[in-house]
Unconditional design. Structure first.
Length: 141
């Protein structure tokens, strides 16, 4: 069985590789900054450092900075159903966005501060006339 770790190569990533080696015949580390996905010609293709990637893995683990949340989600979506993925694809973009995190917590009945989201500054000004302080107000963009 083969496992893959996509990360930036931190010390903790190296420890994950060592731990995976106890359970898998082969463990391959990929620097997430060198991964490329080609989508839209009928078949999604993965490339690593310019070379086509052999994506035949039993387990795939993704770990990286919030800056790579979209590629993490894309990779997780690609491998979902093909390899064991311990993290749901949507998690990568939810946990890196305060509003999505807040919505996920609320949906799961985890208490959160009351938060207001408005699309514009003008809408926020109108809202301020009808609510009590203290408040959390998010104005996207």
């Amino acid at each position: 069985m083969r496992a893959a770790l996509f990360s930036m190569g931190s010390v903790s990533s190296k420890r994950i590789v060592e731990a995976l080696e106890s359970y898998f015949d082969e463990v391959v580390h990929f620097d997430i900054r060198k991964v490329e996905m080609r989508i839209g010609k009928g078949d999604t293709l993965l490339f690593y450092d310019g070379e086509k990637l052999d994506s035949d893995f039993s387990c795939v683990y993704l770990k990286s900075s919030f800056r790579y949340a979209l590629i993490q989600r894309a990779l997780a979506t690609y491998f979902n159903g093909i390899a064991y993925m311990p993290i749901e694809p949507s998690a990568f973009t939810i946990v890196n966005d305060k509003i999505f995190t807040h919505l996920a917590l609320e949906k799961n009945k985890i208490p959160t501060p009351e938060t207001y989201i408005t699309p514009t500054v003008d809408a926020a000004k109108k809202l301020l006339k009808s609510i009590n302080f203290p408040i959390i107000l998010k104005i996207p963009g």
